[in-house]
Design a binder for this molecule. Sequence first.
Ligand code: SAH
Ligand code: SF4
Length: 362
Amino acid sequence: MTKLKPSLMDYTQKELTALVKPAFRAKQIYGWLYHQYADSYDDMKNIPNSLKEELAQKYLVNPLTIANKEVSSDGTIKYLLELQDGKTMEAVWLKMKDAQLDCNGETVHEAKYTICVSTQVGCKVGCTFCLTAKGGFTRDLTAGEIVAQVVTLKKDNDHKHNRKINIVYMGMGEPLDNLTNLTQAIEIFKEDEGLCISAKRQTVSTSGLSTKIDKLGEMDLGVHIAISLHAVDDELRSELIPMNKAHNINSIIEAVKRFPIDTRKRVMFEYLVIKGKNDDIGSAKKLVKLLADIKAKVNLIYFNPYPGTSYDRPSKDDMIAFQEYLLKHGLLCTIRDSKGIDISAACGQLKEKTKLENEDFK
Ligand code: SAH
Ligand code: SF4
């Protein structure tokens, strides 16, 4: 495996201050990285050449390059990002709300965006419905590679550093399977003099590694969690998510109950609805029972198909009937509108691209 060169984006401001002397230079570099979105040492105009040369020996600036970009009719943009070892992964720019203008055409509220980031190249969990799983697992992303996805996408969309953004760890990979780099990235995002993205704007989605949910909870970082539940009984869940055998539904529910949650917030449970598998009212009934003691919110996700899958998308009627049952029984529930489906940027449609596939769409 290629030895990866660290990047300046791997470090919190405090850590960078320990590496770069004098301290005010570290502060300036932090500004170049996160306020000016510098891609190279050349961009850093007020940093002496001698220091830049010294740093360049040891650290990359931004460890990612944009290999391809696809724009959906709904404004979603899917990025294929290339890493220094030639591996690729995807991140998605999602427009959540349009800007609101007054009658003079002046902006009253700016548009709202969310970035969906990857935490691994591939994934080890092997969910049977997920395209990412098909390519197997290649490697964990470093903290800098996670951070750089947000920097790169913000820069490409001319989104100034002080504009608010939400982050969802719902791209490729299982975030809790890369816990150290994930939590380092969460801390770097939070830096006041960096991107200043508070933990409450960051949501970690997990397929349910219950022991790691506890570990993340013990760190008390203030992030939200979303649990990919998808089934109400262990038999079906183990078919969909093989590691359910080691981390069953009960162990996940117990871990969620221990997780520190802002009292005003709810834990999100994602429920992937697959035709003929878990879209019946009997399942909805069991779901209500399962989540009875938790301040929960359910997000129903249409299964997004891809070539070669044996699962089907549920009908709209079944989806609505499922939602209505939950709502009628006091469970908050939304249906996720699948953004970017025309460019395969929706949940579960992200994958690593080989060099050959890359050439195809260049
Ligand atoms: N590994 C984490 C986060 C990445 S997947 C997790 O599993 O939670 C993000 C979400 O996409 C998860 O809820 C996942 O179950 C869902 N997903 C995967 N494949 C999908 C598909 N084909 N259609 C719709 N959602 C899918
Ligand atoms: Fe991995 Fe999440 Fe896909 Fe499952 S759904 S294989 S955990 S990325």
